[in-house]
Design a protein. Structure first.
Length: 167
């Protein structure tokens, strides 16, 4: 047998996770209701989700960059109010988004709690949070986003203005 030949491998049965208790939170648009962060992630936050230094991005959308990853990949929590849309964008690299609470839909499909969405430069999308519950996600990006569409242009102008005002 040569290296690289396909050889069937027997894999054991999948674990039964149907009875595993999953953290839940009440549906609410307030950050104080956001508590569905898994234990391994809590250590990186430095506090309760509701007490983090959330930065408003757009009306109905806030983000919190995890300080442990500063200067490397962009690792951040996104809190998007129910029914709100993010700006249209594509990616200059890879993005992985884990839904911690709520749901969202975009050009690639629908994602609910526990789902991971992947995106790259081939995808131009405008994610929209599901109705009825704030969407909380952990997003990891290895390169910046590139805003597209009219809303992306407006967000870009606003971001430049904020940076200039802060100098």
């Amino acid at each position: 047998m040569a290296f690289g030949d396909d050889v069937p491998v027997e894999v054991g049965p999948a674990p039964d996770v149907a009875s595993v208790q999953i953290e839940t939170a009440k549906a609410s648009a307030s950050l104080s209701s956001l508590m569905p962060v898994p234990d391994p992630l809590r250590g990186y936050l430095g506090g309760e989700v509701s007490r983090l230094n959330w930065v408003p991005v757009l009306r109905g959308m806030r983000e919190y960059a995890l300080p442990a990853f500063a200067g490397r990949e962009a690792v951040r929590l996104l809190a998007i109010e129910a029914g709100r849309r993010m700006p249209s964008h594509t990616h200059l690299g890879q993005e992985l988004t884990l839904v911690l609470q709520g749901s969202f839909v975009d050009a690639t499909g629908s994602y609910a709690k526990g789902d991971v969405a992947t995106a790259d430069g081939s995808i131009d999308h405008q994610p929209r949070a599901g109705a009825g519950e704030m969407c909380l996600c952990l997003a990891v990006e290895d390169a910046p986003l590139r805003l597209t569409g009219f809303s992306g242009i407006l967000v870009g102008i606003a971001a430049v203005a904020r940076r200039l005002a802060g100098r």
